[in-house]
Each structure stands twice: as C-alpha cells, then as structure tokens.
Design a binder for this molecule. Structure first.
Ligand SMILES: Cc1cc2nc3c(=O)[nH]c(=O)nc-3n(C[C@H](O)[C@H](O)[C@H](O)COP(=O)(O)OP(=O)(O)OC[C@H]3O[C@@H](n4cnc5c(N)ncnc54)[C@H](O)[C@@H]3O)c2cc1C
Length: 392
C-alpha cells in the first residue's frame, strides 16, 4: 500500500482521499480550510445534476451512474443532499440538430430516460414564472435536479476522517518536494515536508497558480453567481420552477428553484474573467449585475426587481477542450493532477474518487482516456469552442 498526499479538500480531493483510503492506502489530506473552504468552487448551496450532455455519450453514461449513487447517498447519509426536481433546457427558437438541447433530447431518448419535450404552451401552463413568449422549445429531464454541494463536502470530510484519512487543516501547500526527477511529497508554507509515494493536486482553480507549468493547459475563470429573494415564492417552487438552462449556449444563464431559505440562485456560465482565486477582483461587477437584471426582465418578470441577498464570483478551472484533467504527470513521477472541472464536475462526485484513485494506481479506466494528460490541448489550440457546448 502507498502513502498518498492529497492537496485540496474540495470535491475532487475529498472523494479521492475516501476512495484511496478504502483501498487501504495511507492518506493525508491538506487544505488551509476552514472546510468546506468558503472560496472553493465546491462550496455552494446548489449544483445541477443532470445526464443531458448533448451528443457526449460518455458524460451521459457517467452521469447516469452518478444519479443512481446520489439517491443512494441520500439514504446512506440520512440527509437529502440531492433533490430530484428535474432539469429543463429551453431555447428561444425551435431546437435543431447540433444544438446542445436537441442532441441532449435525442441522446436521453435513445438511452430511455424519462424526458419531455417542452413548448411555449406547456411553459405557459406549467411554469408561470417563465416568459413563454420568448422560450419556444426544449427538453425537461425528469430524473435529474440539484445537490447541496457545500453540505455534501462537509459530510464527506466527516466521512474521510472517520475512515482514517489524516486531515491537515490550516496549512497550505507551497511547492512540490522533488528529488531525482521524482515527486516525493509536498512542502507546506511553513517549511514542513509531508512525504508520499504519490501527490494528488486537487486544488481546482488554484492549480495553475500552485503549479505554474500547468498554466498552458488550465485557465482560472471567475463566473458570477447571484442569490435572489423573490416575493412570490409560489412561482419558484421546484414543481413549477425546475433547475434550468435558459437558451444557455446563447445567454449563459442557468438557475435553481427556491431553496429552504427562500433563495433563488441564478448564475452565468460564460468565458468568465481570468483571475487568480485569491485575486481582490473576485467581486461581481456592476456590469454583471446589470446583465442579470436585463436577463431577468426578459425571462422572469417576477424576479426582475427581486433583491440580491448574496453574490459571489465562483471559479472554474478551465481546460481548452472542456474535459476534466485526471492524469499522472509524464514528466514528474509520483504527481497526479485531478482538476480542470470547467464548471461541470460536481455532479460526478459519487464516481470521481474512483476515477482519480484509478489514475493513482495506474489502473485501466476507460474514462482516463478522455481525462488523460493532453499537451496538444493548450491555449490557442482552437478547441475552446467545444467548451461552449459543455455547460453545467
Ligand atoms: C459558478 C459555478 C457553478 C458551477 N455549477 C456546477 C453545476 O451546476 N453542476 C456541476 O456538476 N458542477 C458545477 N460547477 C463545477 C464544480 O463546482 C467543480 O467541478 C468542483 O467544485 C471542483 O472541485 P475541486 O475539488 O476541483 O475544486 P475546489 O472545490 O475549488 O477545491 C479546491 C480546494 O483546494 C484548496 N487549496 C487551494 N490552494 C491550496 C493550497 N495552497 N494548499 C492546500 N489546499 C489548497 C482550497 O482551499 C479548496 O478547498 C460549478 C462551478 C462554478 C464555479
């Protein structure tokens, strides 16, 4: 059995730590904390969980596994993290071949999912908060919804500790401890060394800043997130306001039903603003707020004037093709990178740990081909467009 140091206790790090500990490895999990870390991408009130992935059958299949396990986690933890309220992607015109919505509809139908095609009349009748004159066509995935990500991370941290993962909080990774072309551990910011046979860097959007050689493959981008308090709660209850993408490849806007605090979360998925996760610029701008108001006025009139009770800039760790990066570094033996979430990784939490652990152990896993070390995919390699189709 190996000694594994996992840097970063967001969803990638904590699920990897749990899976590796389950396989009998000695695991140390390092994070400055407090956990769940308030600036981590994983720490939020909700993340969408869906199998709709356009024509990408691998992600659809992986999401199918994850959704079954989310239901199981609800039972095992005795807590409802995952809410199966449906996810709806609608367009401002008729869906056509090539559209994310159309290809998702086709794929989910082929794979036997419970889905509905949604038109303006149905939107008007069933989802009264929507401007049914603007949205014409789309797909509603019934066996999908959202998960309370921050609560999930907190529960998994507890689970990791109870399994014997050694959690090192209030310390920060400073650099790799490299000897003779091999990574033998990490050096912490106060100089302490933690040795390991393997080091997993699961530091999300911090990764290109912690490991500058990853800058040509990763881009940290800030995305605006808003929490609004509507007056008419009944319009935003889950049965009338499922998780949604509103012509998402055009507008970038997506959102969630009213939660138990009376909050509706709406956010924008787009190119974002490149910045370090520790940047002082990590605040929502006036322009982003104005854009939101314009979107609400055209799509959800009952939310147009609703007060914004909280906003944040949440960070993606983007790769240039929109796919995750879970792989051993071919030039640094002992180092494994588990990052590159591109804003769509949390839904796979129940299956992520196994994939990362397989990469550490060098085990066969068909998905590791998709997430492999791919130096050909870098800034300007012309694959960025693909990412636009990859939403949450
Ligand atoms: C706005 C937004 C919306 C999203 N919506 C969805 C969605 O609806 N559905 C979905 O599936 N996914 C979604 N995602 C993606 C999802 O949040 C990510 O895939 C996931 O949270 C990434 O987890 P992570 O562990 O890689 O990174 P993080 O959660 O960011 O964790 C990284 C950890 O590294 C730690 N760290 C940083 N520096 C150091 C250091 N020096 N030493 C030690 N530790 C360090 C941090 O403290 C942090 O805890 C969204 C992301 C964003 C930003």
């Amino acid at each position: 059995m190996s000694r594994v140091v996992v840097v970063g206790a967001g969803i990638n790090g904590v699920t990897a730590a749990i899976d590796l500990r389950g396989r009998g490895h000695h695991v140390v999990l390092v994070d400055p904390g407090p956990l769940p870390h308030p600036l981590a991408a994983s720490t939020d009130i909700s993340k969408a969980v869906r199998a709709a992935y356009g024509a990408d059958e691998e992600y659809t299949e992986l999401a199918e596994c994850a959704i079954k396990l989310w239901r199981k986690w609800n039972k095992e933890f005795g807590l409802q993290f995952y809410h199966e309220v449906g996810v709806m992607f609608v367009c401002q015109r008729e869906m056509k071949p090539g559209d994310f919505e159309y290809e998702s509809f086709k794929m989910l139908k082929k794979r036997g999912h419970k889905i509905e095609r949604i038109n303006s009349a149905q939107i008007w009748k069933r989802f009264p908060a929507w401007n049914a004159e603007l949205y014409r066509d789309g797909v509603l995935e019934l066996e999908a919804g959202y998960t309370e990500s921050g609560r999930v991370v907190a529960a998994l941290i507890g689970c990791a500790k109870s399994l014997g993962v050694q959690l090192r909080e209030r310390v920060r990774f400073s650099c790799l401890d490299e000897r003779d072309d091999r990574v033998v551990g990490v050096v912490l910011d106060h100089g302490e060394r933690i040795t390991g046979d393997f080091v997993i860097m699961a530091t999300g959007a911090w990764t290109p800043y912690q490991l500058p050689f990853m800058k040509e493959f990763f881009r940290a981008t800030g995305q605006p997130v808003f929490h609004l308090k509507p007056r008419q709660h009944e319009l935003f209850a889950a049965e009338r306001f499922p998780v949604f993408g509103a012509d998402i490849t055009t507008t970038g806007y997506y959102g969630f039903p009213l939660n138990h605090d009376g909050v509706v979360k709406i956010a924008n998925h787009g190119p974002g603003r490149e910045m370090s996760p520790d940047s002082p610029e990590r605040l929502v701008t006036q322009q982003e707020e104005q854009n939101l108001r314009e979107f609400l006025s055209s799509s959800f009139l009952a939310l147009a004037e609703a007060p914004i009770v909280y906003s944040r800039v949440c960070m993606y760790c983007d790769t240039h093709d929109g796919h995750f990066w879970i792989a051993r570094d071919p030039e640094r033996e002992g180092l494994v990178i588990a990052a590159g979430d591109c804003g769509h990784g949390f839904k796979f939490a129940p299956v992520l740990g196994e994939i990362i652990a397989d990469a550490v152990e060098g085990k066969e896993n068909p998905l590791l081909g998709k997430f492999r070390w791919r130096p050909e995919v870098r800034a300007g390699s012309g694959t960025d467009v693909a990412r636009a189709k990859e939403n949450l």
